[in-house]
Design a protein around this ligand. Structure first.
Ligand code: ANZ
Ligand code: ZN
Length: 823
């Protein structure tokens, strides 16, 4: 205190201390996670960003939130793995590079350097010794290796099928990357193309991916659980096989086998191979013309009930197995080629799309479920007894839907015309991309040997630099055009062959990076299984809800496969999850065109790192959006100064025994510390800050008009403030800690211990009523016995007066707070 002058003591300048502490932290390296630490391990993971430029407000928010949990765990005595890296392959960098006429690597690595620097300035507790970039050959070598392992297990395969095609990015997209019929990245309308592509067989894990959601539900956000459930889309029903007149039998998937008597026609997806096989010569011209139209529509449009129905008769008939009737087979776009079997039995009376189709093309409609008497709608999907559903062998008539389903499935199985079946909406994951900036698929195509995997000791298949080449997409990938690279000797027969010129979707890269962090410098394997099992699964995963289905589903799938391979000891990678809200401005998403962007750099310069972090964390529950226009970083600055000033006022020496100190302040400290811990564990970070603010106020009051600055309880409180504040405002906390006479770093001290006695309320107020009217209030111990409370209440003069002369019928005691006397 003696060597600080008055002015200095009243405020501190964030800018001047930030640099100082960055240097101290760089020297101390306090967050380096030790694999061999005897402490219990925790793994705090935040979604790694793609290096699109410098950090923005969204990064600032998620890192600030994430840091609260990570720093808290260190203080609670855990060894914390808190790594950061970059999802550095992908279209983003490639498109930016094309725009700026640069190489994607130049753009990518420059941005990684800038973002890393910014992350450090932001005071995050990441362990930079473990950083990784998915575009580094040391990393993608193992992405390629994993691909080959998946292929060996039959989980990576190539097939030709109609795929989503983005005409702007000139590449295929996974179903998950098509949002409402548009490309997730560029917004262009997605069309269909028939292409040979690589797939991961994620459908083999559909049931487990679904089942485990029940286990994750308590610790994952509801919206993520629901999104995954819907995406996996399990349904139960039956496969029913229809004989086709002069053709191969046709099998359909239906969730309503009970309505089979009402199946009056069949519909095949117009763009399924099946349709092309079924169509008669006579109908072929009409079919070909129709197919042309269908290819232009997105899946969402196709499934819409509002869309006018279109279709074409294929010239053929199927036989309904329950009544032998011949029903026409049509092709239409409202049936999708890659769902179920790509063909349906149409039941217009019970399915609205079938109804509309039947109306439009004048096809028969037969009700097989009796609608309620007042039913005026069209297709009826509700409950009711079956009608018109009997043949010589079986009658469903009168049965409710579920009973009828069981009965008809039994009959179909007997007839060998069908079986009970489960279907998933989840499709296999299309992983190949016709773009440059990604991990090359390590396969060689040989005319003699077919698909030949690149031998493991020849990995990585390096991405050729192609400096100066035009990477603008033109339908064929830039790699396919790179003759020197594409043409190779076949690893198997030595003859001339070609490399697979597709690269992997970046979601492949990000499906295993959290495993690599556990042993990031490993050169002879993807990761060290023992270390993965020691650190994993991740105790918390913090990131954007936009990854609810894509990344999170893929990473779960990878983990399950790696577990089956014996490389990972768990089946679910992320034990708990938190999705932060979005930082918006003036009620709208920040965008260049709206001109409402807020630059992180400017905010940091104006208010200091801590105030920006505090503002973001204090704004509200972490899941809620933050409108920056409604925030008050100046208020945060003021609060931080207030907290900081406490550290200059303390006059008791370091280590002063607080046990004899001011009890009221000690209680306030104990409560704040205790609750703050629980609040952090529950991700209620904003409320935690409110508790710290209250403690700052209580301490100020104690100094100015209570026990005074020399009381050791004041030191205890100020130290607790510094430690708790270090979760959000590391610079201020570090300054406080040092002014309180401690060595850095506050981040690696211990969370304050709380004397449980101080948490016990010393007294509570008990209300005494007579006939429901309050007659007295008593200060009693919170653990008073009922009999004692009753005796005390009846002894109160006011109570005695109120009872006087009347008989006490009953005394109701709710210790410790209420006594009600009934007379
Ligand atoms: C007859 C039927 C009658 C159907 C009825 C529904 C109601 P979920 O629950 O999503 O699995 N379907 C099957 N394959 C299809 C495809 N490739 N494209 C479009 N629709 C398809 O839905 C299964 C139901 O969706 C199936 O049951 C089938 O129509 C249709 F009163 O069969 B249903
Ligand atoms: Zn060969």
């Amino acid at each position: 205190m003696s060597d600080t002058d008055e002015a200095d003591d009243q405020r501190y300048d964030p800018a001047s201390v930030e640099q100082k502490w960055q240097q101290v932290w760089a020297d101390l390296d306090p967050f380096r996670a030790a694999d061999d630490s005897p402490r219990e391990k925790r793994y705090a993971l935040t979604m790694f960003p793609y290096p699109s430029g410098d950090l923005h407000m969204g990064h600032a928010e998620v890192f600030a939130l994430h840091d609260v949990a990570a720093r808290y765990w260190w203080l609670r005595g855990y060894e914390v793995l808190n790594p950061m890296g970059f999802d550095s392959f992908g279209l983003n960098a490639e498109n930016a590079a094309i725009r700026d006429n640069e190489h994607p690597a130049t753009f990518t690595y420059a941005n990684i350097a800038i973002s890393t620097e910014s992350c450090k300035k932001f005071g995050t507790s990441f362990d930079w010794s473990r950083t990784l970039n998915t575009s580094d050959p040391e990393y993608y070598r193992w992405t390629q290796w994993l691909f080959l392992k998946f292929r060996e297990r039959g989980l990576a395969y190539r097939k030709e099928s109609p795929v989503n095609w983005c005409p702007v990015d000139q590449t295929v997209l996974a179903n998950e990357q098509v949002i409402d019929g548009h490309c997730e990245r560029c917004g262009a309308e997605v069309t269909k193309r028939e292409l040979t592509q690589w797939y991961f067989k994620i459908t083999e894990y559909a049931q487990e991916l679904l089942d485990n959601l029940d286990v994750l539900a308590p610790t994952w956000p509801d919206r993520v659980i629901n999104a995954q459930r819907n995406w996996i889309g399990r349904s139960e029903g039956a496969h029913v096989t229809f004989e086709v007149v002069d053709g191969e039998p046709l099998t359909v998937y239906t969730t309503r086998p009970d309505t089979l008597f009402g199946a009056t026609f069949m519909v095949v997806a117009a763009d399924a191979h099946l349709a092309a096989q079924l169509v008669t010569d006579e109908q072929r011209p009409a079919y070909d013309a129709y197919l042309e139209e269908v290819r232009k529509a997105s899946d969402i449009e196709r499934l819409s009930t509002e869309r006018p129905k279109t279709g074409v008769f294929l010239g053929r008939y199927a036989v309904n197995p329950v009544n032998g009737e011949q029903i026409p087979i049509w092709a239409a776009d409202y049936v999708l080629p890659d769902y179920g079997t790509g063909a349906i039995m149409a039941v217009p009376a019970q399915d609205q799309r079938d109804w509309e189709f039947a109306q439009k093309f004048d096809l028969p409609i037969v009700r097989t479920v009796q609608p309620p008497a007042d039913w005026e709608g069209e297709a009826y999907v509700g409950p009711g007894p079956a009608v018109n559903s009997a043949n010589d062998e079986i009658s469903l008539d009168g049965m409710e839907v579920d009973e009828a389903k069981t009965a008809i499935i039994g009959w179909l199985e007997q007839q060998r015309a069908g079986t009970g079946a489960v279907n998933f909406r989840l499709r296999d994951w299309l992983l190949s991309r016709q773009r440059y900036w990604g991990a090359p698929i390590p396969i060689v195509h040989c005319a003699k040997c077919g698909e030949v995997p690149v031998p493991e000791d020849q990995l990585p298949v390096l991405l050729p630099e192609l400096r100066g080449a035009d990477l603008t997409p033109r339908g064929v990938s830039p790699l396919a055009a790179a003759e020197d690279w594409v043409n190779v000797d076949c690893p198997s027969c030595g003859g001339p062959a070609k490399r697979d010129s597709d690269t992997m979707d970046t979601f492949v890269d990000s499906s295993w990076y959290f495993l690599r962090y556990c042993s990031p410098h490993e050169t002879d394997r993807a990761f060290d299984t023992d270390l993965v099992n020691a650190w994993g699964p991740c105790d918390v995963y913090i990131g954007g809800v936009e990854h609810a289905v894509l990344h999170l589903l893929y990473a779960r799938f990878f983990t399950m496969v790696l577990n089956d391979m014996g490389l990972v000891g768990f089946r679910e990678p992320f034990s708990a999850q938190l999705n932060q809200g979005t930082v918006i401005n003036e009620g709208a998403k920040m965008s260049k065109s709206k001109g409402n962007g807020v630059r992180l750099g400017e905010q940091l310069a104006a208010f200091g790192v801590d105030a920006v972090r505090l503002t973001l964390v204090f704004a509200g529950p972490p899941e809620d959006d933050i409108d920056w226009a409604d925030m008050s970083p100046t208020g945060s600055v003021r609060f931080l100064q207030r907290a900081w000033r406490l550290s200059g006022d303390v006059t008791s020496p370091v280590g002063a025994d607080a046990s004899g100190g001011d009890v009221e302040l000690r209680r306030a400290t104990a409560h704040a510390v205790h609750e703050a811990g629980e609040l952090v564990e529950g991700f209620r970070f904003n409320v935690m800050i409110a508790r710290v603010m209250e403690l700052v106020n209580a301490t100020r009051k104690a100094i100015d008009s209570g026990c005074g600055p020399a009381d050791p309880a004041v030191r205890e409180a100020a130290e607790a403030v510094a430690i708790m504040l270090s979760l959000v405002a590391p610079y201020t906390a570090e300054e406080m800690w040092s002014r309180l006479g401690h060595e850095p770093t506050v981040a690696r001290t211990s969370w304050p211990s709380v004397d449980p006695d101080l948490l016990v309320e010393s007294s509570v107020t008990a209300v005494v009523q007579v006939q429901g009217k309050v007659k007295a209030r008593l200060e009693v111990s919170p653990d008073i016995a009922a009999s004692e409370l009753e005796a005390l209440a009846l002894a109160e003069p006011a109570v005695a007066r109120a009872i006087e002369g009347r008989e006490v019928r009953r005394v109701i005691v709710r210790e410790p707070s209420l006594v009600n006397v009934v007379v």
